[in-house]
Design a protein around this ligand. Structure first.
Ligand SMILES: Nc1ncnc2c1ncn2[C@@H]1O[C@H](COP(=O)(O)OP(=O)(O)OP(=O)(O)O)[C@@H](O)[C@H]1O
Length: 271
């Protein structure tokens, strides 16, 4: 039976609109730096549920993709849809307000302030705004930001260190403080760049558990080089190679994908 015009139109809409289980979609996303193409026509779906890992050899375009998601870079071409809305080229503070937050691998807090003061400042921004100049504005009450900061510190197991100067925290605790600062913005999508890099086996185990806990109510995307962690933690994996998506799927599919093995698991260099 042939479809009438309405049915055809509905089909077209259904194909174009990301389904509700996709939180972020890229369509033909390209970023060029002069003659170099860092991400090349990437079309990728990040599912709302669970943890997506982005893997690939050095220079594959993983960090560039994160920088496009957070508004640090403007796409040269293509679209980024967050919950169906185009965000490509938005300012970083707008993207944080829209619900995408990145937790940094590098230390990015005020070391002379206490642990809770650092998280409280980040929670305050939810009330005053995420524009750099908004940090100078005052929320009339500190009660809510302090209560939020306490809750977040419980979650990342730093409650006991609340009143320690951030400079006195161990390396693993500092990384958890970074995560706490990101969580204080109450993201819907949390981006994490090598969340266990440089950690001891014990710190790594705690951090993996923490990420799994966060993923129960927040969509999580991680860039990760450690294949044991990737295979254990991920619900979905996207493999990039030379700026393009080589494969996307569940860990078992990715493990047996011959192109992936050739490009990355056996052949390609990584940290
Ligand atoms: N700001 C920039 N200016 C010029 N070239 C850049 C810039 N950022 C990234 N590149 C280039 O884009 C390509 C992709 O880099 P990107 O950092 O995204 O890769 P990656 O997959 O994150 O690598 P790694 O695992 O080493 O961090 C590389 O060739 C890199 O040199």
């Amino acid at each position: 039976m042939s479809k009438n015009a309405d049915e055809l139109e509905n089909t077209a809409v259904a194909q174009e609109t990301p389904s509700s289980d996709v939180i972020l979609r890229t369509e033909g996303l390209t970023k060029k730096f002069g003659p170099l193409t860092a991400t090349d026509n990437i079309s990728l779906d990040i599912l709302a549920d669970g943890i997506t890992s982005i893997i690939g050899p050095n220079g594959a375009g993983k960090t560039t993709l994160f920088n496009l998601f957070t508004g640090k870079y403007e796409p040269t071409d293509g679209q980024i849809l967050f919950r169906g809305q185009s965000i490509g080229g938005n300012e970083p503070y707008e993207i944080v307000r829209q619900g995408i937050v990145r937790s940094y691998q590098i230390t990015n807090f005020f070391s002379e302030l206490t642990t809770i003061e650092n998280v409280r400042l980040a929670s305050q921004a939810r009330y005053t705004g995420f524009r750099p100049s908004d940090f100078l504005r005052h929320h009339e009450s500190l009660e809510e930001p302090i209560a939020d900061a306490r809750r977040v510190l419980e979650r990342v197991h730093l409650a006991d260190a609340s009143h320690e100067p951030a400079s006195s925290l161990s390396y693993g605790q500092r990384r958890h403080l970074e995560i706490a600062i990101a969580l204080a913005a109450e993201p819907d999508l949390l981006l994490m760049d090598e969340p266990t890099a440089g950690m001891s086996p014990e710190e790594t185990r705690e951090t993996v558990e923490l990420i799994e806990d966060i993923a129960t109510d927040t969509s999580v995307v991680i860039i990760e080089h450690d294949m044991e962690i990737v295979m254990g933690i991920s619900d979905q994996i996207a493999v990039l190679n030379e700026g393009s998506v080589l494969a996307q799927g569940e860990p078992a599919e990715i493990k047996r994908d011959e192109r992936v093995q050739r490009a990355y698991l056996q052949g390609g260099g990584h940290d």
